[in-house]
Design a protein around this ligand. Structure first.
Ligand code: GDP
Ligand code: MN
Length: 398
């Protein structure tokens, strides 16, 4: 689950990271008010930032600087209501604008292969990291955190040295790098990214001091860990969640859209992955990963079918239910009813294993389903059915 920047900033600040103060505004007047208050506290300029769950807001015009309350209101008017990558901006963050000397990149992610938290840093800050990875992969530095002892000082120092930050900033940098790891652990994050981590000039009574500040924050929480964090679950942005993802979550169905033509309804995550592999081997592309979970309750099957058919790219559905003690004929009746309740129909190939599977297949064949005894056969039939269905819809070239 992605968090909005203003929420992500709070999590970082809670771990003691240097995050400048900020306010949230939903109207140009509120932007002006927030700017006036920050300026009364000494800010010369403010930055107004669109709060949407997509990257590249800066490039899209969703991040603007303002040197007066009026300019802030104008910037707020421009940003509120604008569309960034298809998402309408409803809220902006207003913060004192930093005097940036250098922009760095720093993040922590779960490295599943290494089974550790990986800390990544780059001197190419401000740029999207995918861009750096593509054009200049050697510019991304990596250190794995120890699973129990965290990131060691020497590792943080090594990163700092390679980034070329000033000597007097190493201590602060190490604290920030460790703070990212601490945030990962405290909030069960998949990702904590600060881009830019900026070296900024801060005016003091006597002159100017350099300091590292987290000027942007991107945090995603492990969906499977949210049960442990009701306070974080409450931050979910329902406006920006994909409607299909939302429906799947509400039905308790594990669904991931993949873009192929063969929809899959399977019980069990391992079986679902195997089914996808066999579809590929048979020359097709799975449209989704979908695990309807234990048993195969009729209402779940219907909800799963609805999710799959909402994807207009789906040309056929493969249902693979390993029943065990679940009664196959009941699953079959559930499938027949579920299919009847849909607004769109595509060929459906079913393989049911378990109690009463013969009876199940007989019922299904009578109801225009294609049945298969083995999983290989089911995959081949689904691929063929998808091709036929797609060809029948396209007008043949004259
Ligand atoms: P993103 O484009 O969605 O990643 O949004 P960011 O918060 O990273 O902002 C984009 C860019 O705006 C940054 O890389 C900075 O160059 C600039 N920016 C953001 N905050 C400030 C600030 O406080 N002061 C200045 N001068 N520039 C800023
Ligand atoms: Mn950024």
């Amino acid at each position: 689950m992605k968090l909005q920047e203003h929420h992500a900033r709070r999590l970082l600040a809670a771990q003691g990271l240097p995050v400048p103060p900020s306010r949230l505004a939903t109207t140009p007047d509120e932007v002006a008010e927030a700017a006036a208050s920050l300026m009364a506290d000494g800010a010369e300029r403010v930055v107004i930032k669109a709060q949407v769950l997509v990257g590249g807001r800066g490039k899209a015009g969703g991040v603007r600087l303002a040197g007066s309350v009026d300019e802030a209101r104008t910037a707020g008017t421009a940003i509120l209501g604008m569309s960034i990558k298809g998402i309408t901006v409803r809220r902006v963050l207003v913060a004192p604008a930093a005097h940036i000397v250098r922009e760095l990149y720093l993040s922590a992610v779960v490295d599943r292969a290494a089974r550790r938290i990986l800390v990544m840093a780059s001197a190419e800050g401000g740029v999207e990291i995918e861009e750096v990875a593509r054009t200049k992969p050697e510019a991304i530095l990596r250190e794995h955190a120890h699973p129990h002892l965290g990131l060691f000082d020497f590792q943080a120092r090594r990163l700092g040295l390679e980034l070329g930050i000033p000597a007097d900033q190493h201590h602060g940098f190490a604290a920030i790098a460790k703070g990212l790891v601490a945030t990962m652990l405290a909030d069960d994050c998949d990702l904590v990214e600060v881009n830019p981590l900026a070296l900024v000039e801060v005016p003091t009574g006597k002159g100017i001091r350099l300091e590292l500040q987290c000027l942007d924050a991107k945090v995603t929480i492990d969906e499977s860990a949210l049960a442990r964090h009701p306070d974080l679950e409450a931050l979910r942005d329902l406006d920006e969640e994909d409607p299909t993802d939302r429906a799947a979550r509400e039905e308790g169905i594990n669904y991931i859209r993949l873009g192929g033509t063969i929809g899959c309804i399977v019980n069990g995550a391992g079986l679902a992955m195997t089914t996808m592999d066999l579809i590929k081997r048979a020359g097709g592309e799975p449209a989704n990963f979908l695990d309807i979970g234990g048993g195969a309750r009729a209402d779940r099957v219907e909800a799963a079918l609805r999710l799959i058919l909402a994807d207009r790219g789906v040309e056929a559905v493969l249902v693979n239910i390993f029943g065990g003690i679940t009664r196959g004929d009941e699953v079959a009746r559930g499938l027949i009813a579920a299919r009847g309740a849909q607004v769109r129909d595509v060929p459906m190939v079913v393989r049911i294993v378990g109690t009463n599977s013969d009876e199940a297949h007989r019922l299904l064949r009578d109801a225009r389903f294609i049945t298969a005894a083995s999983l290989d056969e089911a995959a081949e039939r689904a691929v063929a059915a998808a091709r036929r269905h797609s060809a029948a819809r396209q007008p043949s070239p004259a």
